[in-house]
Design a protein around this ligand. Structure first.
Ligand code: SF4
Length: 386
């Protein structure tokens, strides 16, 4: 399936910088942005196609450019023009309804100009793309990384170029993405792989996952985040099934079996558990962290965000081990606190979802910046004797 030539519309944006209610622990980010709407990479599974995102036109062909994006972003970032200063945190550039380095970026350079602003205002950045075009901004990203931090991540459904050509027709081939990541790694940037979505019965077998994880290990990846495919009824599912039929029509009934009627487009839970476990075992055998390790973000987030990220990571890691966790409730309570956590440390155990042992763990993070239990779960480091 060939990539389309993008049809471009210029639109005006009211805002660019998306402030999250709490830090996003998958990307360790506080802020996000979509400089375009629509994406000529045209991945068959792209969630941006779903009706809920209201991307107009034919997804994969029509791309809207926010032509005043840089002017708006400058206003949003400039401390002189803000009533309240921005809380320090990573700006996530990627994901959502567009890839920041799709073909149209060559002409409009919105991503490059946004990075110039991010560099000027000294914010850390987390990039996620499927395009080797990110190399164009190598020096600019190095400037950001030298002063604060730039994490360079790429997403993959596998490391198989032929599968990618069918399902991700407009994106750079995985072998090229890996070479780009290796260049950034060699220059001292932290690099990550988002191995998502694993495509059921195509890239989710133990052998295929192992091949992809090994290819990341070979270039010195710092972390891999894994996820399965969601298929929302409507445009997303309809388009995906058309591309899948063309690839191997015999897989359609298998998909219909695991994606029966979930309103969020999720597959059966037992399916997700099984591929998560496969991935976790492979990553563990190669000693690859399955969440962004703290040495990458620790110094660039504030105390509350550090606690939230660590608790959410622990929650995920415990569930991977099929253990129960109430850390999700604790995160909710912590993210409602408006003052520095140090001021309320004596009251932590009275908050919803925070028992005495979670309160002790939070105090350990406040005092030391990390938690021995967390580092053991994520990095396999031996916990300190208490
Ligand atoms: S690169 Fe990302 S945003 Fe673009 S089509 Fe693929 S999944 Fe969607």
């Amino acid at each position: 399936m060939a990539a389309h030539c993008p049809q471009v519309t210029e639109i005006e944006a009211k805002s660019i910088l998306r402030k999250q209610k709490k830090v996003e622990s998958w990307f360790v980010s506080r802020y996000g942005m979509n400089l375009y709407r629509g994406c000529s990479h045209n991945c068959a599974y792209c969630d941006g196609r779903a009706e809920k995102y209201q991307v107009e036109g034919e997804f994969g062909r029509d791309v809207a450019v926010k032509k005043n994006a840089i002017e708006v972003l400058q206003r949003e970032l400039d401390p002189q023009r803000r009533r309240k200063p921005l809380k320090r945190g990573f700006v996530f550039v990627g994901g959502g309804v567009c890839d920041s380095y799709q073909a149209i970026e060559l002409r409009y350079e919105s991503t490059r100009q946004a990075l110039e602003l991010i560099a000027r205002y000294d914010l850390p950045v987390h990039m996620l793309t499927k395009s080797t075009q990110i190399e164009r901004d190598f020096e600019l990203l190095r400037r950001i990384h030298d002063r604060s931090r730039a994490i360079i991540s790429m997403s993959f459904s596998s490391a198989d170029d032929a599968i990618s050509a069918h399902f991700e027709p407009g994106a750079s081939r995985p072998s090229h993405r890996l070479k780009t990541l290796a260049k950034f790694k060699k220059a001292g940037f932290p690099i990550g792989m988002y191995l998502m979505p694993a495509l059921p019965f195509i890239t989710d077998s133990p052998a295929k996952i192992a091949e992809t994880v090994q290819s990341a290990k070979d270039i010195g990846i710092d972390f891999i985040i894994f996820g399965g495919l969601t298929l929302k009824a409507g445009r997303q599912q309809h388009h995906f099934y058309a591309v899948l039929r063309d690839y191997d029509a015999s897989l359609i009934p298998k998909y219909e079996d695991i994606y029966s009627s979930n309103p969020w487009g999720e597959a059966r839970k037992d399916y997700y558990y099984s591929i998560q476990n496969t991935f976790a075992e492979i990553a563990s055998s190669l000693q690859i962290p399955v969440r962004i390790p703290p040495f990458i973000w620790h110094d660039f987030v504030d105390e509350t965000d550090r606690v939230v990220i660590i608790l959410e990571h622990i929650d995920y890691l415990l569930k991977l081990k099929k253990r129960t966790s109430s850390y999700g409730y604790a995160v909710y309570s912590i993210s409602q606190v408006q003052e520095p956590l140090q001021n309320v440390r004596q009251q932590l155990h009275n908050m919803k979802g925070i028992g005495p042992s979670t309160a002790r763990l939070i105090c350990e993070i406040l005092d030391t910046g990390s938690s021995a239990f967390y580092e053991w779960l994520l990095l396999g480091k031996k916990p300190l004797q208490k």
